[in-house]
Ligand binder design. Structure first.
Ligand SMILES: Nc1ncnc2c1ncn2[C@@H]1O[C@H](COP(=O)(O)OP(=O)(O)O)[C@@H](O)[C@H]1O
Ligand SMILES: [Mg+2]
Length: 402
């Protein structure tokens, strides 16, 4: 099975790229599902379908062509199916603390429920081998990144908190119920959590396995968009997820070099130069701005042609990690693989949370996690093909800000 996530800022072309890839994969004879995780679903619009069709389907997969299905997660349905007892307990709890019932029900939809629902689907589809290819059209960056840390967070919760809570509820519950008039979770609640956890087993390995799962970051050649993409890039790198391509979409054609779009054209060119320094060695695919919106099968097909330019869309375009970050004896170490560098002369500049590295004609920009960026001293050493960068000591006063 192949799983590919399409992530990036809102409006850059994630849904279009996921759908276009889906069309290609289905054409190759593979059972393909394009799944939307964005609450503002637009898969049905992009395929130019009647919205009612998907609504009737209540968040289940809908076949839109040979070997091709689309699915838009319906959070209400998911809550009923996966979160029933948990949601009921939380909303009763919030309701007894004085909140209006409807508001309590709304607030009891915890952040992360949608992401867990998605992980449940991925796991189920992988286990039942329902599809050969899963293409995940993510919510805009900030929200979509949360799902990666959920399996680890849940594991921690189950190991450290869950047993304790359950024992506490069992012994203290009856008394607390009398004294405080607050509902204490019962067996239903705990069984539901344990059941969820069980159904999630193995999904973390699936996501971390580069042979199965890759992330493609979609961006536009604009400064703000690229900065956000760079943040996502760092985040996926830290979680050791394979990023196998960057898709820079909506590039202005050269015929608008002069006139009204002149400065747009020039700034796009500069931003694309910068993108090479930021995302290298992950390959960048360039996609032009089409004359019109990318709607319907024909144009999606054309979009796929422009993205992959004859390559197999399911290929793993990049293997390995762009960089590795570790912490040893209280100091951070960043390792970059730089083959073909024949000098030891490394120049480093830290500008805010970004590290600019120059070595032997190569320039790289690495966005640093906040704790690393707060380091006072930065040193570099070339060892064979590896550039090692050491960060030590936190900058004065920075600790409080973090
Ligand atoms: N290369 C392109 N040329 C022209 N329009 C595009 C291109 N890529 C995407 N679009 C259009 O941009 C809009 C946003 O794309 P979409 O895929 O929905 O973005 P996202 O899912 O990232 O929010 C849609 O109307 C889509 O048709
Ligand atoms: Mg979208």
């Amino acid at each position: 099975m192949r799983i590919i996530f399409f992530a990036g800022k809102g409006g850059v072309g994630k849904t279009s790229a996921a759908a276009a890839t889906g069309i290609k994969a289905a054409e190759m004879g593979l059972r393909t599902l394009v799944m939307s995780l964005d609450v503002a679903h637009s898969l049905s619009d992009i395929f130019d379908l009647d919205k009612g069709l998907l609504d009737q389907n209540k968040g289940r997969p809908l076949q839109v062509g040979d070997n091709l299905w689309i699915q838009e997660l319906d959070i209400q349905e998911e809550i009923e199916q996966n979160w029933g007892d948990i949601h009921r307990y939380l909303s009763t709890l919030l309701n007894t603390t004085g909140l209006d019932e409807i508001l309590a029900e709304e607030l009891a939809i915890l952040p992360g429920m949608e992401e867990v629902s998605l992980l449940l689907y991925i796991n189920r589809y992988a286990k039942t081998k329902t599809y050969d290819v899963l293409l995940l059209d993510c919510a805009p960056t900030g929200e979509s990144l949360r799902f990666i840390s959920i399996p680890t967070a849940l594991e921690w919760y189950m190991k450290k908190i869950f047993k304790m809570e359950r024992t506490l509820a069992k012994y203290v519950g009856p008394l607390a119920r009398k004294v405080y008039n607050v509902p204490i979770p019962g067996d239903d609640y705990f069984d539901a959590i344990a059941g969820l956890f069980d159904r999630l087993k193995g999904v973390d390995e699936l996501l971390a396995d580069p042979k199965t799962t890759s992330v493609r970051l979609v961006a536009n050649p604009e400064k703000v968009v690229l900065k956000e993409t760079q943040r996502a890039f760092m985040y996926f790198c830290l979680h050791k997820m394979n990023i196998d391509a960057i898709i820079i979409n909506r590039i202005l054609p050269d015929d608008v070099k002069e006139g009204y779009f002149k400065s747009w054209h020039e700034s796009q060119r500069l931003n694309m130069e910068m993108a090479k320094e930021v995302f290298s060695p992950v390959p960048i695919f360039h996609v032009p701005l089409f004359k019109d919106e990318v709607l319907g099968y024909e144009r999606l097909h054309l979009l796929a042609e422009r993205i992959y330019a004859g390559r197999n869309p399911l290929e793993r375009f990049f293997e390995g990690e762009p960089y590795k970050l570790s912490k040893e004896d209280g100091r951070y170490r960043l390792v970059l693989n730089l083959p073909f560098v024949s000098t030891d002369n490394v120049e480093l500049h830290k500008i805010g949370d970004e590290l600019v590295i120059r070595v032997g004609g190569i320039k790289r920009h690495v966005l640093l996690p906040r704790h690393v960026a707060a380091s006072r001293s930065v040193r570099a050493k070339m060892e064979g093909e590896h550039l090692n960068i050491f960060f030590e000591g936190e900058e004065h006063g920075k600790r409080k800000e973090c």
